[in-house]
Each structure stands twice: as C-alpha cells, then as structure tokens.
Design a protein around this ligand. Structure first.
Ligand code: F6R
Length: 639
C-alpha cells in the first residue's frame, strides 16, 4: 500500500527512482511523484534546490514527463500513492514540500512560490494529524493538501536546526500511527533520512560502495542492489554517499544485519501473459510444487521456528500443547482460513475459530493460553493482521504461527513459528497463487497437528501426502479448461450481479470466487452457503441472475442439488463446477464445467482455479484494469 524509493548517488537517479516505482506500482497507483536535489540552472546562484514532479497518471507517464522536462539529480525520493486522506489529486500526491512558516504579510501565492526547504514521502497513517495540523497552522505553516502526511514535513521543518537526522528523530517522537518516511533537506544535498514504525522500510547498500538507497520493499531495488538491511520498528536511518547508520528507538546507533536478497526482477516480468493475474493463475502448479518441495513426511519441524526465538520453543512441543486453533486473517487469506477450519476440525480434531483480523483486534474475547494462533497473510505486512496477532499475544496467547509468503516480513519475524509458502512474488492485486499455496500450507499444518496428537496413522499420512503431490498435475489439468471458462465469462461480462453457492469447505471457495469477481470486474457478487438460499437470498433470483455453484462430488452433493433446483424453479441460470464423477449434466439454464478428476479433501484448492479464471476473463471482456482494480492496492499496510 503506497511505495517509497529513495537514493543518494553520484549519478542521475531519476530513471532509477522511476524504475523502482514501477516495481511498486501495484502497491498503490492513484498518483505518484518524484523529488530531487536538482542542479541550479546555468547562471543561477550556485547550490542545489529541491524540484519535484507529480502526476495522477501511471508511473510510466511520470517517467516520460521527467525525461521530457530534463528532471535530474543524484539524491532523490519517489512515491506511488494509495489515497487515505484526501482524494487522488496532484495536490495530495507525494513528495510533499515544506517551505517554512509564512512570514507576516505574505499572501498565499507568494508563500507557495518560495523554494522548498524539506521534502518527504510517507506510507502509513498519522492518527494525530489534526492536532499537529492545528499546532503548525498556529505557527504560520501553510497547508496545500488534505493529507495527513503534510504535517510530518512541516513538523520536520519546524524542528530543523542544521541536522536532518536530529530533526526527523525529534519529529517522529510526536507522531502517533504508522509510518515509513524518506526525507530530504535543501541544505544537505547528499543526505537522505528515513524512519519507520508500523510500515516497512529497507536500506539498500549499493554495489559500488557509494550509492545507498531506501525503499518500502526490497523488490524496488531489484537489479540495483541485493544487499538489504531490514529496518526494525522505531528505527531511523541516515543515508549518505558511501555511509549509512541506523539509530534505534532509544537513540542508540545499532547494527542491523545486511542480508543478500535474491534478485526478483525476473519474477516481476510479464513474459507471454497479458496480465500479472493471468500469469499468477497459470503459475499455480509450479507454486504448489515449490511450496510442497521437500515434504517427504509431515513433520512439525516443517513449521520453522522464526528468528529470535530460543531453541526448545519448537513446533512439536507447541503442537502437542495445543487444544484449540484461532486463525486471524483478512480478505482472501481469511477465506483460506475458513477452508482450513473444516480440515482442522475433521482431521486434527481441534476446535477452530476463524476471525477477521480487523474485527478480532477490537472485540472482547475469551483467551485460552493453549490456543495456537495462526495468522495467514500473503504479504506478512497487513496492518490489521499484525495488530490482531499482537492483540492475541497481549491476551496471553504466546503460541503463534504464520502461513506467509514473504520470509522477511514483519509477520514472520513476530510469530514464533512460520510456514513460508513459495508462491513467489504476487503482483496482481487480486490474490490467486497466494491463496492456493496458503491452502497447501494449511493442509500440511492440519496433518502436522493431527500427527502430533497421535491421530494420523502412517498409512493415512502417506495417502494424504500422495494426494498433495498430485496437486500440481491436477491444477494443470484444470487450467486446460480455460476455453470453457471463457465462454462463461462472455456471458458474465454483460451482468451486473451474480450469486455464488457452495457447501461445506466449498462455501469459503464460493466466497473467494465472489470476491475475485467483484474486485476486478466490479460486478456485484455475493456468496452464500447454499443451504441459506431459502432464508433470504432466493428473493434475488430471476432469469437475469447467474448463479455459480461449486459442486464437487462430496457428501453434500445431493443437498446441493436440491438447492440448485430451488434456483432453476425461479428461472435462475446455473453455472456449475462439477467433478469428473458428479452426475449433473448441462441443460436448459444449466451450464456445467466438469473438472477432470475427483479431489477429495483437497478439492477446495482445485475448484477455486476456474473461479479465478472466470473473474479474470470476465474482467478482460469488460475492459477493466485487471491488475490494478479501482480503489484497491496490494498489501494493506494501513488500518
Ligand atoms: C483479494 C486480496 C486481499 C488480501 C488481503 C490480505 O484478492 O488479495 O483480500 O487477501 O488484503 O492480504 P495479506 O494476505 O497480504 O494479508
């Protein structure tokens, strides 16, 4: 959610900042901007000055403008925004400027024409921005945006006394909320200062020993440097040519480890695909195979102890002590948790509650210290999920495990145990391969818990693992159904509403299918547990209502068929995803796509794939921006 890139170099870094922004654009794309210490024009007073360019078009457009206007400089910051406070508009786009307090008698136009003294980019939300704004207004600062961010730049300006690091350190002490920031001051042309609290920021160390960088995600620096320092909560960082230092919250200089991060630039290329979402849907067989790689037996040690925890706090002891599971997640990851609940209760015989993280963190609940708290998150940076984890910990629940796709994320650092899925970077805002790999990880977790509780015979374990190893091939075969799904999508493209039905663990699959459709096609889609139909939603069913039904050949199929009859009797048109051995055939008002196999307990992982394809091709037919749906962004790092 929003992206930051910054650099101190000896070469012109504008193209590099723009390239970094392009890599982060999926994090927020309603406006973007860049600011640099630009050389003065010939004949002007020697020195440097802050220059910026902002736009509400895409980053590529910003890059073209920077080139045509000759914007250049060797120290700079850049940002791509997902609006929280203030509409997507140029005036609200980052970088923001502070030109100092307005002297008495100067009008607004003159005030805005003064050179900038400080410029800043920010990810996160400042909760006390109103109080700070009032204070800064009283001190003569002139605000030009509706953002919460602008208070930070003026605050830093007001505290500046010749040392940008000291000003930033003093300013962040006054902030409440979450932030990662990168700041430049007019009088310190080769210095970039950053700080973070509740929002990620990394330092990149240049290969030449001189250049140094800041970014909200190491991916922005792919191909530039692979030497990355992950800043910790409360850190500020001083970035200069050939040197940098990190200062912890207590004001002491600290050494944070430098890690070599595999270049991910290739992963961010589209290849033969039209959209990242399509690429990621088709990567699922590989992503599942990688996620399962090395799983020869379901040992609790698969769930590695995350960093900083003493030995002995291993998975086996935790799993044996567990008498309940609490899953915390948001969005698609929450639906993965809802599927896992069925597995955990049936196979591991553990009571399981699945909670929407943003609800759980604020409600009163009854803690049980023998609970295994499981967070599910693709990014590992989702603010609500992190806050829900911390809330559970504050209630005395210390057995924590995450199923997460980013090994270096805050979530992996903060949980005692982690199962890191290997989906690879997911760029499409609509999550696809992250979901199926989460499900694979959650199924393994179920088996590991069942094994630790003595509920799994060797034969049962071998049978489950055999089925898991067949998943990549099963997914490949389902992807081959794409042409049939496209014929459905052509019909859906003209619709404005759709219903999704499922029963048992296919109810959350139906929910995930509806979420995919609504977020990228803007078709209003709702999912119901099919048995709920007659308790209300049946009133919506007419011949104009497509009803997607997930109908594998499981114990609930006959019940589901009755629900389908209820729809047909009201003229609703059914689109049914069946297994190879499900006895339902296409007919009047009834369209059936038959999946090639029968997938048993793992059916949820397979049946979601045609739903992803349906949403994708419907979006393509409607001409929406598939990878960057309106109002959304990847990685929701604000509350
Ligand atoms: C929907 C989607 C979101 C995320 C949610 C949680 O396609 O991607 O609903 O699942 O924002 O994100 P993570 O998994 O990163 O915590």
């Amino acid at each position: 959610m929003c992206g930051i890139v910054g650099a101190v170099s000896t070469r012109n870094i504008v193209p590099l900042l723009v390239q970094g922004l392009q890599r982060l654009e999926y994090r927020g794309y309603d406006s973007c901007g860049v600011a640099v210490h630009a050389a003065e024009a010939a004949g002007a007073v020697p020195g440097t000055r802050l220059k910026r360019l902002r736009g509400i078009a895409r980053v590529a457009d910003l890059g073209a403008q920077a080139e045509s206007q000759g914007l250049a400089g060797s120290t700079g910051i850049a940002h791509t925004r997902w609006a929280t406070h203030g509409a997507p508009a140029i005036g609200n786009a980052h970088p923001h400027f502070s030109r100092g307090p307005v002297p008495a008698g100067m009008d607004g136009e003159q005030a805005a024409a003064r050179p900038a003294r400080v410029t800043l980019v920010h990810n996160g939300i400042i909760e006390n921005h109103e109080a700070l704004r009032a204070e800064l207004l009283a001190r003569g600062y002139f605000f030009t945006s509706q953002t919460d961010t602008e208070v930070i730049v003026h605050l830093i300006d007001s505290l500046y006394d010749g040392d940008l690091l000291a000003a930033v350190q003093a300013a962040v002490k006054r902030l409440r909320g979450s932030y990662s920031i990168a700041v430049l001051h007019r009088d310190e042309p080769q210095r970039l200062v950053g700080a973070r609290e509740g929002s990620p920021l990394v330092l990149g160390i240049g290969a030449d020993g001189k250049e140094n960088f800041l970014a909200s995600d190491a991916m922005a620096l792919a191909g530039v440097t692979d030497q990355i320092v992950y800043l910790e909560e409360g850190d500020t960082v001083d970035v200069q040519l050939g040197k940098h230092w990190v200062v912890a919250r207590d004001g002491q200089a600290v050494q944070r480890p430098v890690r070599t991060v595999q270049a991910m630039s290739g992963a961010a290329e589209l290849g033969p695909y039209r959209h990242y979402m399509q690429k990621e849907i088709f990567e699922q067989p590989r992503a599942i195979a990688d996620t399962l790689e090395g799983v020869e037996a379901v040992v609790p040690e698969l769930f590695e102890a995350a960093r900083n925890h003493a030995p002995g706090e291993g998975a086996h002891a935790t799993f044996r002590a567990t008498d309940q599971v609490l899953i915390l997640a948001c969005g698609t990851s929450y639906y993965a948790g809802c599927v896992a609940k069925y597995w955990l209760e049936a196979i591991a015989q553990l009571p399981c509650a699945v909670e929407i993280a943003s609800e759980y963190r604020y409600r009163e609940s009854v803690p049980n210290p023998r609970t295994l708290v499981v967070t599910i998150t693709q990014s590992g940076e989702t603010a609500d999920t992190l806050a829900a984890l911390r809330h559970a910990q504050s209630l005395g629940m210390q057995h924590t495990l995450t199923v997460c796709n980013v090994a270096t994320s805050a979530m992996v650092r903060e949980c005692k145990l982690a199962y890191v899925t290997r989906a690879g970077i997911e760029i499409g805002v609509a999550s696809t391969k992250a979901f199926t790999t989460q499900l694979a990880g959650l199924f393994l977790l179920t088996l590991a818990l069942a094994q630790a509780r003595g509920l799994l015979t060797e034969a049962q374990e071998a049978e489950h693992l055999k089925a898991m190893r067949q998943l990549p091939n099963a997914l490949q075969a389902v992807l081959a159904l794409e042409p049939q799904v496209i014929t459905w999508a052509e019909q859906f493209a003209a619709k404005e509403n759709a219903l999704f039905l499922g029963r048992g663990l296919h109810y959350p699959v139906a929910q995930e299918g509806a979420l995919k459709l609504k977020e990228i096609t803007y078709i209003h889609a709702e999912a119901y547990a099919a048995g709920e139909l007659k308790h209300g939603p049946l009133a919506l069913v007419t011949s104009a209502m497509p009803v997607v039904t997930v109908a594998p050949n499981d114990a609930l199929l006959e019940k589901l068929k009755s629900n389908m009859q209820e729809v047909r009797a009201r003229g609703g048109v059914l689109y049914v995803l069946a297994d190879a051995d499900t006895h339902i055939d296409s007919g009047d008002g009834l369209h059936v796509i038959r999946l090639p196999g029968h997938y048993g307990a793992l059916s949820a992982i397979v049946h979601v794939v045609p739903l992803q394809l349906l949403a994708y091709h419907t979006a393509v037919a409607r001409g929406t921006d598939v990878d960057k749906p309106r109002n959304l962004a990847k990685s929701v790092t604000v509350e």
